[in-house]
Design a protein around this ligand. Sequence first.
Ligand code: 1GP
Length: 244
Amino acid sequence: MVKKNIIYQNILKSITSKEKLLAVLIDPDKFTVNNTETFIEKINQSIATHIFVGGSTVKANAAELLVSEIKKYTGLHVVLFPGDVTQITNEADGLLFLSLISGRNPEYLIGKHVASISKLKDTTLEVIPTGYILIENGKETAVQRVTETQPMPKNNIQNIVDTAKAGELLGMKLIYLEAGSGAKEPVNPEIISLVKQELQVPLIVGGGIKTKKQLDNAYKFGADLVVIGTALEEDELFFEVLHK
Ligand code: 1GP
């Protein structure tokens, strides 16, 4: 396996220089490939620093096709955020090797990872082990349905903090607090702040962020990298407030 460490080192560097990071998430299942050039142009002119590609129910090869198209129009790092092994493609720069540590489904803790190894053997992808924590937001999300796991109750913050810390101690290089795609409410600032206080590794926050205020709040309370998908998918005018 080819090992690179460029994406992760850049994340660490940004944190040291107090720069905040933003990933635009593109779900191949909800995106029309013909729109790639115009959409990526908007990303290029925004404060986004990364493009994530993935979704819970993506059809085989859709991710590969989309990533190769995206790469034509941007110099930003394209990182896979896969819901399944079929979404792994060498066309991307990196892969969030997600373990769903909020759940107790062995398939999403380790099973899918074992199944992906034959694909990753000759990869040039930078593989970044990531502890993925799904937090309750008031409605059922795709992650919950597909993985058949329960999100963590948002009121038991200590348990969320302990889960994040356990992920770090297991060697995960990123912790991702997820409210779920299209969540009614983003992850509560108190949760972000208490998790951040315990962690040495970078913290990603995503799910349900639809306004600049919510984005700034996530940063203010400790997110190093924020992920926005649905809000930009549904209304590209949101790019205007994210302009560089
Ligand atoms: C979902 O965290 C990401 O996995 C982004 O969520 O689509 O709600 O922005 P949204």
